[in-house]
Design a binder for this molecule. Structure first.
Ligand SMILES: Nc1ncnc2c1ncn2[C@@H]1O[C@H](COP(=O)(O)OP(=O)(O)OP(=O)(O)O)[C@@H](O)[C@H]1O
Length: 341
């Protein structure tokens, strides 16, 4: 549905030259919730703004629903942009106007009749859970309520694509969860494709089906959330995984291991998708001459699946440990030996 093909964008400012996008290619399928994750300055906003050509690439093409936008004039882009909603981190509401007036702005600009606007507005307010707030001034709302208004406004003209620019970054964790649930509902019930950018791993983990990891203007990795975060290849992806999953032996446990002098081997076992159902630990424990101690474990839900990481210590003879490692590998569990510090 959206294809970014070989996009390049360089900014020149007094601070110098910045290559914000370097040969970026991505396809976002209809119905996806696609996340682009990266640290500040990675080029995420620049990429998002290409989806409706708020920013034009120096080279490369942007195609939305089969139409190549890059060759279009500003005038030709008007009807296309109407089918693309946008949600912002700082909401961008008119604070001295009511919720109803804010939501109606795109409808007024599109020339809709007052009665039609009112009907659509009521429908949207109900959908986003603000049925009783139509006449409240936007400036008086909480952050989460403001974002709901921002989302209702973005949905006003029934877009097929919603662009979310760090939509939850200004919100507390509970409100973030509520807004993510609303985005998911929009995707599921209204069939709206969502492209979001974020630096928060939780956002991708909670609602995205696919993800691209961006670093210094390039796409470092992309794929399903489970593929990318289940078996990260690049260091940047690994650092995002570490933000939600404990995969290093905590210092206090390392101290205990050093002090007891029993040696053995520490292994990181990662269970993704189906391997979660396998009785791996039980099988290991049944190995002759092996004692298995679980040092720590963490479980994270990823979309409709789970990812578990266990740090275990295998105690036994060198032969018994090697046999056990071979068994773990046969069971399809991702295993990495961890060197204690
Ligand atoms: N209009 C501009 N003029 C000059 N430089 C720009 C402009 N827009 C973006 N940049 C630079 O391009 C790079 C990528 O910026 P971009 O905003 O796309 O990154 P980001 O990943 O969205 O980061 P953030 O979350 O901090 O916005 C940054 O170095 C930024 O300073």
């Amino acid at each position: 549905m959206i294809t970014f093909s070989h996009l390049n964008k360089t900014f020149y400012s007094r601070a110098g030259k910045v290559e914000a996008l370097k040969d970026v290619s991505l396809t976002i399928e209809k119905g996806d919730i696609f996340g682009v994750i990266g640290f500040s300055g990675a080029g995420k906003s620049t990429l998002l703004r290409m989806a409706n050509l708020l920013e034009r690439p120096d080279s490369g093409t942007v195609t939305v629903d089969g139409k190549e936008l890059t060759g279009m004039s500003e005038r030709q882009l008007i009807p296309i942009r109407r089918r693309i909603g946008m949600v912002f981190q700082q909401f961008h509401l008119l604070e001295s106007r009511t919720v109803a007036q804010n939501i109606e702005i795109p409808m007024v600009l599109a020339g809709m009749e007052a009665s039609e606007r009112a009907a659509r507005r009521e429908e949207l307010l109900k959908f986003v859970g603000l049925g009783d707030k139509a006449e409240v001034y936007a400036g008086r709302l909480s952050g989460g309520q403001k974002q709901r208004v921002g989302i209702a406004r973005a949905l006003a003209l029934s877009p097929s694509l919603l662009l979310c620019d760090e939509a939850t970054s200004a919100l507390d964790p509970k409100t973030t969860e509520d807004i993510l649930a609303l985005l998911k509902k929009i995707n599921r019930e209204l069939g709206v494709t969502i492209l979001l950018i974020t630096h928060q791993m939780q956002v991708v983990q909670r609602i995205c089906s696919r993800v691209a990891v961006m670093e210094q203007g390039r796409i470092a990795e992309q794929g399903t959330v489970l593929e990318v975060f289940g078996s990260p290849r690049e260091e940047i992806t690994k650092s995002f995984v570490r933000s939600i999953i404990q995969d290093e032996v905590p210092g206090s446990i390392q101290a205990i291991i050093r002090a007891d002098g029993r040696g053995g081997r520490i292994e990181k076992l990662k269970f993704v998708g189906n391997t979660v159902n396998e009785p791996v630990i039980a099988e290991i424990a049944r190995q002759e001459g092996i004692e298995v101690n679980i040092l720590c474990a963490s479980v994270q839900e990823m979309q409709d699946s789970v990812m578990c990481v266990f740090l275990v210590r295998l105690l036994g003879s060198e032969t018994a440990i090697s046999k056990t490692e071979a068994l773990i590998d046969r069971m399809g569990v991702l295993r990495t030996e961890v060197q204690p510090a």
